[in-house]
Design a protein around this ligand. Structure first.
Ligand SMILES: [Zn+2]
Length: 331
């Protein structure tokens, strides 16, 4: 059985609609939670309310917060064509992705997604300054020595990126990675990458920061899910033309009560109008070769206890997309 797409509303046996926020309020006020059904007219199969909760993480101080949602009840499935039918959506994405260089069909019916091609394509675009065709790597360089075989054109890369962000958006909408993992293996050369190590939501940005440590030589393109907080255009008279899309930061408690760590996620691009299409408070998938930005530290008295001096450390994660297919709105 596969779990479906997370829902934000459902109906009770009488057809009365409930939003996830209303259900959370009922839970907090110790009111009964009705027996719930899918609110797609075609479907009406059994679903359940999952309250807001936190998930502890191995070796981390701050747990991940999981907002309330509505998911399938045990043994229940959405009908074919229901708007929450995740296997149906996956089929559509896979049907549109036919290039065997990127999406390779295996004998057992599963498919393999070849991340090395994305990685090389994104690197080529970065090196060539977003030229239409990737420049060949200089002779003798590490890239030239790599046994690459196939290299994608800009058009092919755009199409692979679209498939990737579509898959990531579906994964983000689902309760877990069971459906995608059962159908798709992520391959980087010979290595298999777990979906968990490929897509990071807020609460796990610090894990991305650790992965990108200068000595780790980590090169895999990664996807982050963020909530848009602001857009920052260059100020009048600035010598640069880059706009920044900033996401809600992640705040981490640390073992030291006087030290807080923030993880800031932003995307930079020269086209202000494009970034502004992702509205404040909306969620998006951001995929590509992430980089660490500068870390800043400030010290201030605690807002309610002046005897304590707080240290705030801000770590920055940056993405400069070379293709517009690297960002995708969620929902
Ligand atoms: Zn349904």
């Amino acid at each position: 059985m596969s779990k479906g797409i997370k829902m934000l509303s459902a109906v009770d046996a009488q057809g009365v609609s409930y939003t996830v926020d209303e259900l959370q309020t009922r839970y907090e006020n110790a009111q009964s939670i009705p027996i719930l059904f899918c609110d797609d007219d075609k479907c009406r199969h059994a679903v359940r309310f999952v309250k807001w909760h936190t998930q502890d993480r191995k070796n981390r101080v701050a747990p991940v917060q999981v907002p309330a949602y509505i998911g399938l009840s045990r043994g229940s499935e959405h009908v074919l064509g229901c708007r929450y039918d995740a296997p149906g959506r996956l089929k559509l994405i896979l049907a549109a992705a036919s290039d065997p260089n990127f999406m390779h069909a295996l004998d057992d019916g599963k498919r393999e997604l070849r991340l090395l091609i994305l990685h090389q394509g994104l690197q080529d675009l970065t090196a060539s300054g977003n030229a239409a065709t990737p420049a060949p790597p200089p002779p003798g360089s590490t890239a030239a020595q790599r046994p690459t075989g196939f290299r994608a054109t800009k058009e092919q890369l755009d199409s692979y990126l679209r498939t990737t962000t579509d898959l990531l958006a579906l994964r983000a909408a689902c309760e877990d990675d069971e459906l995608l993992a059962a159908n798709l293996t992520l391959k980087l050369g010979k290595h298999t990458i777990a979906w968990h190590d490929f897509l990071y939501e807020s609460g796990r940005y610090d894990e991305v920061w650790d992965k990108l440590a200068p000595d780790s030589e980590y090169e895999l393109p990664l996807a982050l899910i963020g909530t848009v907080r602001s857009h920052k255009a260059p100020p009048a008279g600035a010598t640069y033309t880059t706009t920044y899309l900033n996401c809600e930061s992640q705040l981490n408690r640390t073992d030291d009560p006087n030290r807080r760590e923030y993880f800031e996620v932003s995307v930079s691009h020269a086209e202000d109008e494009w970034l502004r299409q992702f509205l404040v408070d909306s969620q998006l998938i951001m995929f590509g070769l992430w980089k660490r930005g500068a870390t800043s530290t400030s010290r201030k008295p605690h807002p309610y206890d002046e005897s304590r001096v707080m240290t705030y450390v801000t770590h920055k994660l940056r993405l400069s997309p070379m293709s517009k297919r690297q960002l995708a709105a969620l929902r």
